[in-house]
Design a protein around this ligand. Structure first.
Ligand code: BTN
Length: 254
């Protein structure tokens, strides 16, 4: 595996003309790239990117920890200022589209998406997206397994996957940033509706029986009918098609 350390100069070279759209900082370690960028959201420009070789308190969705190891993972966050009047609904799905399409274009096989924020390879979790909002700014956090981190807890390891391509980290990051740039442009002008078909083409559970589980309500089972124009999951139950907003819920195969 190509293990050059991340460097802003190498990322800029791989980005080419798009480098002007990003302000990339690489740190050896921080608690969480999302937390750091959120704290600076008011004073940093759109396009600020923080890459960490290691996170001491990486966070996933629903307050879960995000396990990653230096070299084995790519962990970064991008600050994106939403154009005035743009609702952030579906932003997590939009970011997933960018990552999945970029990985496929690079030759990774079996990449699909699981609503609302998982990047799968061959049905197992290879990465995830964590969106956090601060007024009109969104911090888009991406964690991706380049290899399986050795210290993953067993219950996480069973359902975890890693990239199957040998690619320099700087180029990988540049490809992901380039794809995010394009998708965010589309999202800015047309909202998630403009990306819905692309998300649907990557939906790992299209037409499949699924269970939606939540800490606060009984699980609901139904058929995954895809997503609505705002990114809500459409779940066909025996009584109706329910719209499920992402909130605190998770999706499982039924
Ligand atoms: C999930 O699948 O639950 C989302 C995982 C998101 C992890 C990334 S790693 C970079 C950024 N910083 C964090 O603390 N979390 C996100």
């Amino acid at each position: 595996m190509s293990d050059c350390p991340c460097s802003p100069a190498a990322i800029a070279a791989a980005l080419g003309p798009l480098a002007a759209r990003f302000d990339v900082e690489v740190v050896a370690e921080c608690a969480s790239t999302n937390s750091q960028l959120l704290a600076r959201a008011g004073s940093s420009p759109s396009g600020a990117v923080l890459v960490a070789e290691r996170q001491s308190a990486g966070r996933g969705r629903l307050g879960r920890p995000w396990h990653a190891e230096a070299d084995a993972s790519l962990t970064f966050s991008l600050l994106h200022k939403l154009p005035r009047g743009t609702a952030p609904n579906g932003l997590s799905l939009a970011a997933g589209v960018a990552i999945a399409e970029a990985l496929r274009a690079l030759g990774t096989r079996g990449v699909m998406l699981k609503w609302p924020n998982d990047i799968l390879r061959n049905g197992k979790k290879m990465g995830g997206v964590l969106i956090e909002l601060a007024s009109s700014s969104a911090v888009i956090g991406i964690g991706l397994n380049r290899r399986l981190p050795a210290g993953l807890p067993d219950e996480v390891k069973e359902n975890a996957a890693a990239l199957d391509i040998d690619i320099d980290r700087n180029r990988l990051l540049a490809e992901l940033l380039g794809a995010l740039h394009g998708v965010l442009d589309t999202f800015g002008s047309g909202g998630f509706a403009a990306l819905r078909d692309r998300w649907s083409a990557l939906n790992a559970y299209a037409g499949a029986p699924v269970r939606v589980i939540s800490e606060f309500a009984v699980p609901v089972e139904g058929i995954c009918m895809g997503v609505d124009v705002d990114g809500a999951l459409l779940l066909e139950t025996p009584v109706c098609v329910q719209r499920i907003m992402s909130g605190d819920v998770s999706l499982r195969p039924a």
